[in-house]
Design a binder for this molecule. Structure first.
Ligand code: FUB
Length: 324
């Protein structure tokens, strides 16, 4: 499968259908001298482009829509973004480190899906960690999902949503017999899409064989990063990356707030350490947008967005696919 975007390195594609086209909001990877480490310091991105397509083959690059220097609270690392549409406006959600080195989530607003986007001067109050994904339900309520382990700092919030514990920084996470994995986070968004309208909640992902939360040591199935939510036949699908085991997995539930029950793998490991995706329905087909490092010859921080059609079985289970 050739990359969909070859003009520059891109990753973490969040795809949405706006105005009958697919718009893609990816990270914009760039060259760096920073050595690879398990904290992700080499993912040193500084701006975002937006892309669009109407055939999932040819892509238009709409250029730079937001730069690091335009956001007063940001110090570095513009990581995986997402976008949403509500009330005639478009919203770009993005994680970055603040001036203290702590990941927060910002929002920028625009009049068109292709931007440009004007950032709020402060991050979303009460936001933390990385990888925001915004899901607007059929009733108009928007939810922001987020969180990522290791370099994404989710494990630094053991004692409550607003308690950052620096001793947990780095490639660390909960472990031990019977210890439940840390869940991703979700909050309802305000009507104007700029702030959290609820407390941040932890999402539970249940193991189908026990009905209990997946354990921290279950690295083949525990949430690591890259939250995404889509709805299919009335069921909510929460999908995510398992990080160091490199799978894209999903879990299903009856409510956007969970709990979700683990359902299986969507994508087997790709070339490169990270795996991050989105799922979108377009013209009667379901597409998985993802990335790998084929174009850069396997350099972990130089990734390229790809897309392929995926399928459900008769029971609504997503059929596992491979990067090809
Ligand atoms: O692109 C930087 C980080 O790598 C993302 O935020 C993670 O999901 C991983 O893909």
């Amino acid at each position: 499968m050739p990359p969909l975007i070859t003009s520059t390195y891109t990753a973490d594609p969040s795809a949405h259908v706006f105005n009958d086209k697919i718009y893609i909001y990816p990270s914009h990877d760039r060259e760096t001298d920073i050595k690879f480490n398990d904290n992700g310091d080499q993912y040193d991105m500084a701006d975002y482009h937006v892309f669009s397509t109407d055939d999932v083959k040819t892509v238009t690059d709409h250029g730079v829509v937001l730069r690091m220097e335009d956001v007063p609270w940001v110090s570095k690392q513009l990581w995986a973004p997402d976008a949403a549409h509500k009330n005639g406006k478009y919203y770009l959600y993005f994680p970055a480190r603040d001036k203290e080195g702590i990941f927060r989530i910002g929002v920028a607003e625009g009049d068109r899906p292709e931007g440009p986007f004007k950032p709020d001067p402060e991050p979303i109050r009460g936001s933390y960690s990385i990888d925001p994904a915004c899901f607007v339900d059929d009733d108009g309520q928007a939810y922001l999902y987020f969180g990522g382990l290791w370099g994404g700092q989710l494990q630094c919030y053991q004692g409550g949503n607003d308690k950052f514990d620096p001793s947990w920084q780095g490639p660390k996470e909960v472990s031990g017999e019977g210890v439940a994995a840390q869940g991703p986070r979700v909050a309802k968004m305000t009507e104007d899409m700029h702030q959290f309208a609820s407390d941040v909640q932890e999402i539970t992902i249940l193991a189908p064989e026990t009905g209990k939360p997946i354990l921290g040591d279950d690295h083949d199935r525990r949430f690591f990063e890259a939250a995404w939510v889509h709805k299919h036949n009335g069921l909510y699908y929460f999908s995510y990356s398992t990080g160091d085991t490199h799978f894209l997995c999903y879990a299903t539930g009856e409510s956007p707030l969970g709990p979700f029950t683990y359902g299986g793998r969507i994508l087997e490991p790709v070339l490169g350490w990270t795996t991050h995706h989105s799922i979108v329905e377009y013209k009667g087909k379901t597409y998985l947008f993802y990335h790998d490092c084929e174009l850069s010859g396997g350099i972990n921080h130089l990734r390229s967005v790809k897309a392929k059609e995926i399928f459900y079985d008769d029971d609504g289970k997503i059929i596992t696919t491979t990067a090809d």
